[in-house]
Ligand binder design. Structure first.
Ligand SMILES: C[S@@+](CC[C@H](N)C(=O)[O-])C[C@H]1O[C@@H](n2cnc3c(N)ncnc32)[C@H](O)[C@@H]1O
Length: 426
């Protein structure tokens, strides 16, 4: 069942009133004014759930703080137990975080025990209470529920940055040519026994999903929970049964075993998060890849390799060179209204290493812009020969070598070229 979520406007409000009746209750609880948030869930154009949240000003002595107050949340009784209420609450929490609100609260009455269980499962603090409900003019038993969102001293910057990054990565880095390359090779009759594939550092599933859609059983792992949330959403949206994923650190954790194919895509050689040396991490990836496949299993590896980058000493860089060379990798607005820029700083090659820092300029919906600069990393761009040494060492035989996913020839002598490798574990 495909459920679509849309912010409520006047037109959608009318549909909700037609579907649920009780115009007075709905109009008094769904507030479409600025500073509030109202979202509806639709199934085949029918409104099957909705939530409306207001900004609540705190009183003295917390008059400078604000919270979010869920005025109403409702799911059509034929659509309960399908995760719709949880998704509505999750979207409301994200909105409240983007607005810098410090908490979110709601009231849940005893007549909906499944809702009370949901709040508890979602980590809300539960406070049993009896209240006077004005619209039905009754005393009602239930729970006040509340959750702390942003840190007391302001925005949850880590959430805003990571959520933004995963969302914009999915929007901008959406080519499927790596998956198509892998599938074009597997189409060859020789690979009919291939059933299981491990997508290492799978991110939001840019390759995982199309490979699974071609019928393979795909496992993926990644360290980034925000990317994995994207993958989970795609699995739910497309009802994909043949993908399993886990949160895992590629350096510290085991990759599993007995896969038919291991995929190292997304230029992972220069995108590894590691606290250790960079070339050591790259070699470790090749070693772990060889340990996770069956004997005779295969590997797809695609990376930018260096051949003859300059050998300048870092000390030769002037301060200006160090700090002014910047380019925007991507920019855009995410699904909760945060605008940001991902800027790469100081791309100087020193002894085959890219000296780089990432800078993020993030403007959340509440307008409080902040910058986030990562520590400086010396990203090692391995040469093809160096990579070949690792492949030999861990038992990989290159079956095919290209310079692009369009199967152009590999050219060792071009600076900044790409190697696309299909290899077998002997
Ligand atoms: C450039 S993205 C590629 C994502 C995906 N494979 C694709 O091609 O779109 C790199 C991914 O590697 C993940 N990653 C980097 N280092 C990692 C590590 N040590 N353990 C687990 N995941 C890691 C990041 O979280 C990120 O999702």
């Amino acid at each position: 069942m495909q459920i679509i979520y849309k912010e409520i406007d006047e037109n959608l409000l009318k549909k909700i009133i037609v579907h649920y009746g009780n115009e007075e209750l709905i109009k008094s609880h769904i507030n479409l004014e600025n500073g509030n948030y109202s979202l509806a869930a639709f199934h085949e154009d029918k409104p099957v759930g909705f939530i409306s949240v207001c900004t609540q000003n705190f009183t003295v002595p917390l008059e400078d703080k604000k919270g979010a107050d869920i005025a109403i949340i409702e799911v059509d009784k034929n659509y309960r137990r399908k995760g719709i209420a949880r998704e509505l609450v999750s979207c409301a929490e994200k909105w409240a975080k983007s607005m810098g609100l410090s908490q979110i609260r709601a009231w849940s009455s005893y007549d909906k025990p499944e809702a009370i269980k949901m709040w508890h499962a979602l980590n809300y603090c539960m406070c049993p209470a009896t209240i006077w409900v004005e619209w039905c003019k009754e005393i009602v038993d239930g729970y006040h529920v509340a959750k702390r969102l942003n840190p007391t001293d302001g925005l949850d910057k880590e959430f805003l940055l990571n959520h933004w990054y995963a969302d914009i990565y999915e929007q901008k880095i959406n080519k499927t040519d790596e998956a198509e390359f892998v599938l074009s090779i597997l189409k060859d009759g020789k690979y009919n026994n291939v059933k299981t594939i491990l997508d290492v550092c799978c991110g939001g599933g840019r390759n995982t999903v199309p490979i699974a859609n071609a019928g393979y059983k795909v496992s993926g792992f990644d360290a980034d929970e925000y990317m994995l949330e994207k993958l989970q959403k795609r699995i739910e949206r497309d009802k994909i049964k043949n993908i399993s994923w886990r949160k895992s650190d590629a350096i510290k954790d085991n990759w599993g075993k007995d896969f038919d194919v291991v995929v190292l895509a997304g230029n992972i050689f220069v995108n590894i998060y590691t606290e250790g040396g960079y070339s050591e991490a790259q070699e470790l990836f090749i070693k772990k890849a060889s340990e996770c496949v069956k004997p005779g299993g295969y590997m797809y590896l695609d990376f930018d390799c260096s051949v003859h980058f300059n050998n300048d000493d870092e000390n030769d860089l002037t301060e200006t060179e160090k700090d002014t060379k910047e380019w925007i990798v991507f920019e855009g607005t995410d699904d909760i209204g945060t605008y940001g820029k991902f800027i790469m700083m100081c791309d100087k090659y020193i002894n085959g290493k890219l000296m780089a820092r990432r800078r993020f300029e993030i403007t959340p919906k509440n307008g409080e812009k902040f910058d986030f600069i990562t520590y400086r990393t010396a990203k090692h761009f391995p040469t093809f020969d160096e990579t070949k040494t690792w492949l030999d060492k861990y038992g990989w035989e290159i079956l095919r070598l290209y310079g692009s996913r369009n199967k152009e020839n590999f050219n060792e002598n071009t600076e900044g070229n790409r190697a696309v490798i299909w290899a077998r574990k002997n």
